[in-house]
Design a protein around this ligand. Structure first.
Ligand code: KPL
Length: 316
């Protein structure tokens, strides 16, 4: 594995300025894609000590080729000069990150949410009601074996949609950039359907793999069938109450396909619990429980998974 290229400030083919928050695994993949495409981009970091001219990241792609990049960095609360703000961070970090930048955010700047779970759209609408906003969900697989090293583990696909759209010319330009950054990707008129589908997958696989300390594929065992069905059935009832035309068998099929496809992976929640980190449970099963209560739909199975993960978090 040899670093393929090293560059400090890439020649920008595109005039739009992109800011990527954080230095997580998906953020690293996005940075390397911006680098490869010659986009004008910077990383916004919370940690002041990392904001330096020689900041570098190594990205190992799916073919095990390693590229070293040196992105421009900026302290998150100082960032001003950008058109497109991508947040590939945990759902529970979104509100705090946007609040720390709020005084500098201009109404034309486009916000892109990219994380597991639901609930942040409501938060962004309240905090920045005038900003254009895209919500996205991706099945890209990546993790960080070391602080400055990102390893891609799977080729995924991305679903995107506008929550609040800007002028048509800006729509076209932004869609082109995001499509190039996250291929293959599809744009949806109503992204919330894709978000609920992904929420169902995460509400089943993530807590169960974390609680039982297993890989995703082990959920194929018969002993998990009942719990998987109950969890999905509650989400299906909520979706139906919200007027989505969805059948339990289709949700279960989707969940089982992901279990098969990612059989060898440890889910992100499994890794969070294993490494003693906070999980996204509030925005996954917690969101389901909150919606169920609002709509009068029973959410016993989701509540139980939520409680068990909370108990594991407390033990850390
Ligand atoms: O999104 C995932 C996660 O781990 O967070 C799945 C799809 C469950 C893959 O592991």
């Amino acid at each position: 594995m040899v670093p393929l290229s090293l560059s400090s400030d890439t020649q920008s083919k595109n005039s739009l300025k992109i800011a990527i928050i954080g230095q997580g695994a998906i953020g690293g993949l996005l940075a390397s894609q911006c680098h490869n495409l010659g986009y004008n981009y910077q990383l916004l970091l919370r940690n002041k000590t990392l904001v330096k001219p020689n900041f570098s990241l190594q990205i190992e792609d799916i073919r095990q080729q390693v590229t070293q990049i040196q992105p421009k960095t900026c302290q998150i609360d100082q960032a001003k000069n950008f058109d497109l703000l991508i947040l590939p961070i945990k759902a529970y970090q979104v509100l705090a990150a946007l609040k720390s930048m709020q005084k500098n955010i201009q109404p034309h700047q486009v916000i892109v949410l990219l994380h597991n779970g639901m609930g942040t759209i409501e938060q962004v609408k309240q905090l920045l009601p005038d900003n254009p906003c895209v919500a996205a969900t991706t099945s890209y697989g990546a993790f960080k074996p070391a602080p400055a090293y990102v390893k891609q583990t799977g080729l995924g696909e991305t679903h995107l949609g506008w929550i609040n759209s800007p002028e048509p010319e800006q729509v076209e330009e932004i869609e082109k950039i995001l499509t190039n950054l996250l291929p293959p990707s599809s744009w949806h008129q109503d992204i919330t359907i894709a978000l609920w589908n992904k929420l169902t997958i995460n509400a089943v696989i993530n807590p169960l793999t974390a609680i039982h300390n297993i890989k995703n594929g082990e959920l194929n065992e018969r002993k998990y069938t009942g719990e998987i069905e109950k969890t999905c059935s509650e989400i299906c009832s909520i979706m139906q109450q919200l007027n989505y035309s969805v059948q339990l068998k289709d949700l279960l099929k989707r969940v089982n396909q992901v279990i098969e496809k990612t059989a060898n992976n440890y889910s992100s929640m499994h890794q969070d619990i294993y490494h003693g980190r906070k999980t996204e449970i509030e925005y996954i099963n917690g969101y389901v429980v909150q919606k169920g209560k609002e709509l009068g739909v029973g959410v016993k199975a989701n509540q139980e998974l939520f409680n068990q993960i909370k108990a594991l978090e407390k033990k850390q």
